[in-house]
Design a binder for this molecule. Structure first.
Ligand code: AMP
Length: 115
């Protein structure tokens, strides 16, 4: 069996995280290396390695995650000025933790295109 990812270990309570939201399907916590004044990770509790590993019956889960992202963005005061949601997929896409996660980033002016 492969080693559990760091995010699975956070879900299981084995390592600490600054958790700001939790329900039966997902968890949201502050990124340990924030790239903006607000940088929160939203992850499903289900072990899904990346977008490439999604299946048809994950449809509802993904919709749920986006509604939670919207709720957190509003709570964090990001809704008016705007924010960015990023999901890196695969090594070439910049993914380093192979448990699906969305970065919610805001609180400063964001440039485009990203690096
Ligand atoms: P990605 O490169 O898209 O896979 O994003 C992984 C993110 O997880 C990075 O922004 C890391 O800073 C963040 N990260 C890694 N370990 C932890 C941790 N223990 N707690 C919170 N965030 C973490």
């Amino acid at each position: 069996m492969s080693e559990p990812t760091i995010f699975k270990r956070i879900i299981d309570g084995e390592i600490p995280a600054n958790i700001i939201y939790e329900d039966e399907h997902c968890l949201a916590f502050h990124d340990v290396a924030p790239q903006a004044p607000v940088h929160i990770l939203v992850i499903p509790k289900k072990e899904i390695a990346s977008i490439e590993h999604l299946e048809g019956d994950d449809k509802e889960l993904i919709g749920h995650l986006f509604l939670i992202i919207q709720k957190i963005a509003r709570q964090q005061g990001l809704a008016e000025d705007g924010y960015r949601v990023i999901c890196n997929c695969g090594e070439g896409g910049g993914q380093t933790v192979f448990h699906l996660h969305y970065h919610l980033i805001g609180g400063r002016s964001l440039q485009w295109p990203p690096g």
